[in-house]
Design a protein around this ligand. Structure first.
Ligand code: NAD
Length: 328
């Protein structure tokens, strides 16, 4: 591919990704499956890697999320809410581990594996243990103020059992069963059903009437600390234990792993295991446990170098593979 062809192809890919991203992030109504979006994004990344001078500031490879809906008050995130780099197979995970260990030198590396809940990323701010603000991730630096809606979610503590100043991040989601009964009711009322629980959760929290959010049976898992004053924490796992003690819901399947083989075994377990859960997950998030090492590794324009999101193979692909195996 020469530079002219690359320019042409990048233009086409960016237009498509921007359009799909707008429907997904802003309108909460995707028009293509996630796998199609991910495939186009990987194609874009490959071309941008070959021709780095063609990377633009507003390319979908460096932009996080989407625009803010105009009817919400804007909230600035003191610490940006980033996206995650992706891994699609065992080799990608081993490459990630190699990069991490290059940074770590002789220090042993531990990882924390978490289920990647398919919902809406939110930030909750507490002052002296009292909830003062809840916001969406938005474009990573500016989010939407959805405090009134988040206050209706029972898993969001309004007051903590510790008078801390804290900003915490997590995923608001709709359990599968609630999603099914909501769509059933929508169909009966001849309304457009939601495409999936992620869009249902986002659509419920990104509207102005908190009574609607209150009826939607939403929940929340927290997965990281943005800012915490007056307490030293050395590892991500310790941070999660602190959040749990403080009154938040932390996912109980979270596991600390001492090697990449253990991480890989965890991802394999959940490819099938996810069907037993009462909420949707779209992958596994793997994070370096040591906060010192996280700091040393830092960030790319879009995501932390110390974490990766392992994406499950698309269900159709799994079905096809099973069909081949069973010879049907
Ligand atoms: P991401 O895949 O980069 O992951 C980051 C997000 O993961 C966080 O913001 C958070 O919301 C979530 N998350 C869940 N559990 C977590 C945990 N334990 N720790 C940390 N984060 C956790 O997300 P993204 O940047 O929003 O976008 C990429 C995703 O959106 C892809 O899956 C893509 O397929 C999908 N997408 C789909 C379309 C479409 O048209 N279908 C369009 C745009 C994006």
């Amino acid at each position: 591919m020469d530079k002219n062809q690359a320019t042409e192809q990048l233009k086409e890919l960016r237009e498509k990704l921007e359009k799909y991203g707008y429907h997904y992030y802003v309108l909460d109504t995707p028009i293509v499956p996630d796998e199609e979006y991910d495939r186009l994004l990987q194609e874009l990344l490959k071309i941008e890697e070959l021709f780095p001078d063609l990377v633009t500031e507003d390319s979908p490879s460096v932009r996080i999320g989407g625009a803010i809906l105009p009817h919400f008050t804007k909230v600035s995130h003191k610490i940006p809410m980033m996206s995650l780099g992706n891994s699609f197979n065992e080799q990608d995970l081993r490459d990630f581990d190699r990069r991490v260990r290059q940074f770590a030198g002789d220090t042993p590396v531990s990882y924390v594996c978490e289920l990647k809940i398919d919902g809406l990323a939110v930030s909750l701010t507490y002052e002296a243990g009292k909830l003062v603000r809840g916001a969406t991730r938005g474009d990573g630096t500016t989010g939407e103020d959805i405090t009134s809606n988040l206050k209706t979610v029972p898993a969001v503590p309004l007051r903590l059992n510790n008078e801390v100043d804290l900003e915490v991040r997590g995923e608001a989601y709709m359990p599968k069963r609630s999603f099914e009964s909501l769509n059933k009711a929508k169909k009966e009322a001849e309304e457009e059903p939601f495409a999936n629980p992620r869009n249902a959760a986002a659509g419920s929290l990104r509207q102005l009437d908190p009574k609607i959010a209150a009826k939607r049976n939403l929940s929340l898992f927290v997965y990281s600390i943005g800012e915490l004053k007056g307490r030293d924490i050395d590892s991500h796992y310790e941070g999660l234990s602190f959040l749990n003690e403080t009154g938040f819901k932390v996912n109980k399947e979270t596991k600390r792993c001492e090697s990449i083989d253990e991480v890989i075994a965890y991802t394999e377990k959940w490819v099938e295991g996810r069907h037993e859960l009462d909420y949707e997950i779209d992958g596994i998030v793997i994070k370096v446990d040591s906060l010192k090492l996280q700091k040393e590794m830092g960030f790319t324009a879009k995501s932390p170098r110390w974490a990766t999101a392992f994406k499950f193979p698309a269900e159709e692909v799994i079905t096809k593979l099973l069909d081949i195996e069973l010879n049907v």
